[in-house]
Design a binder for this molecule. Structure first.
Ligand code: CCH
Length: 286
C-alpha cells in the first residue's frame, strides 16, 4: 500500500495497466478517458449539480444510465489500483486515470488536482439525460455543453477525444473507430472530418452513422451524427479547421478544456483544497 497522497505511485500503476492485449485495440486508455468524461459531463452549472465529485456511477441510478453502458470495463480495470491505494477516492481515481491515459497515448499532460469526495448526496444526483445523444445535431450538442459552461471552441476541442477508441454496437449501438490508430492521441479526427467524403450508413439495428472506406487499407472508419454536425455547423467548423491544421494549437486547447471538465463542480480555496459546496453541508473536505 502506498502512502496517502502519493499520487505519483497511483499514476505509475494506472500507466502500467493500460496495455491490455486482449481488450479492444490493445489498450484500456480510451475507455478510461470516456469514464473520466462521463463522470464529469453530468454537470449543470445553473443548479451546480452533477460532475465528477461523488463518483455516482458506482450506483445504479447513474451507472445504469444507458449513456454509461460499457464504462464498467473502465471501472474494473481500475479496481486493482484502488485496492493498492485505498486512500484515493474513486472520483479522484477516475479523473486522474483519464488524464494519465491521454498522456500515455501520446497526448498532452493535463493539469490535475485531487480533492474530490466519494460522498453521494441523493438529493443532488444528476438526472439521466445529461450526457449527449450521438444521434442528434449541433443544437443538441450546444444545449448539453453550454449547460456545463463550455463555449463553441471548447466543444470542438473536447470532441477531439474521438481520436481515441471506438464505438461498440453492444454499448451505444454505434460501431467502429474514428481513426486508424485509435490508441494514439492526435488531431487526425479533425483532419479526417474535413478530408473525407463521409457517407450515410444504416446499421442492421437501424442506427444511422457515417462511414468512409479506406480502399488502400481496406479499413472502414466512422463518424457519429454529432461529429458530422461539427463539420456542418459554420461556427463549429472554424475550430475543426483550426485544429485540423495545427496539432499544437489543438493540444494546447484540449489541455485547458479537459482540465476544466475535470474540475466542474469543484470549488477550491487559494491553497487548492476543495471547498465542499454541494455534498456535505458546510465545511471542508481534505
Ligand atoms: Fe465520446 N462517444 N461523445 N467523447 N467518446 C463514444 C466513445 C468515446 C459522444 C458519443 C460517443 C466526447 C463527446 C461525445 C470518448 C471521449 C469523448 C461513443 C461510443 C459514443 C456514442 C461508445 C461505445 O459504444 O463504447 C457524443 C455524442 C459526444 C458529444 O456530443 C467527449 C467530450 C469526450 C472526451 C473529452 C472516447 C475516448 C470514446 C471511446 C471509448 C472507448 O471505449 O473506446
Amino acid at each position: 500500500m502506498s502512502q496517502a497522497g502519493d499520487y505519483a505511485a497511483v499514476k505509475k500503476d494506472i500507466a502500467a495497466l493500460l496495455h491490455q492485449p486482449e481488450y479492444d485495440d490493445g489498450s484500456a486508455g480510451p475507455v478510461l478517458v470516456r469514464l473520466a468524461w462521463h463522470s464529469a459531463g453530468t454537470y449543470d452549472a445553473e443548479t451546480d449539480t452533477g460532475g465528477s465529485n461523488g463518483a455516482g456511477m458506482r450506483y445504479e441510478a447513474e451507472g445504469g444510465d444507458p449513456a454509461n453502458a460499457g464504462l464498467q470495463h473502465a471501472r474494473v480495470f481500475l479496481e486493482p489500483v484502488k485496492r493498492a491505494h485505498p486512500w484515493i477516492t474513486y472520483s479522484d481515481l477516475w479523473t486522474l486515470a483519464g488524464c494519465v491515459a491521454i498522456q500515455e497515448m501520446g497526448g498532452p499532460e493535463i493539469p490535475w488536482a485531487p480533492g474530490r469526495t466519494d460522498f453521494v448526496d441523493d438529493s443532488k444526483l444528476p438526472p439521466r439525460g445529461r450526457l449527449p445523444d450521438a444521434a442528434q445535431g449541433a443544437d443538441h450538442v450546444r444545449h448539453i455543453f453550454y449547460r456545463m459552461g463550455f463555449n463553441d471552441q471548447e466543444i470542438v476541442a473536447l470532441s477531439g477525444a474521438h481520436n481515441l477508441g471506438r464505438c461498440h454496437a453492444d454499448r451505444s449501438g454505434f460501431s467502429g473507430a474514428w481513426v486508424q490508430n485509435p490508441t494514439r492521441f492526435s488531431n487526425t479526427y479533425f483532419r479526417l472530418l474535413l478530408a473525407v467524403d463521409w457517407k450515410h450508413k444504416q446499421l442492421p439495428s437501424g442506427i444511422r452513422q457515417f462511414m468512409y472506406i479506406d480502399e488502400d487499407l481496406g479499413e472502414e472508419l466512422m463518424m457519429l451524427p454529432t461529429d458530422i454536425a461539427l463539420r456542418d455547423d459554420a461556427k463549429f467548423k472554424v475550430w475543426v479547421q483550426r485544429y485540423a491544421e495545427d496539432r499544437d494549437v489543438f493540444f494546447e486547447d484540449f489541455t485547458k478544456v479537459f482540465a476544466k471538465l475535470m474540475e466542474l463542480g469543484l470549488k477550491r480555496d487559494e491553497s487548492g483544497s476543495v471547498l465542499n459546496t454541494d455534498n456535505v453541508k458546510g465545511g471542508y473536505i481534505s
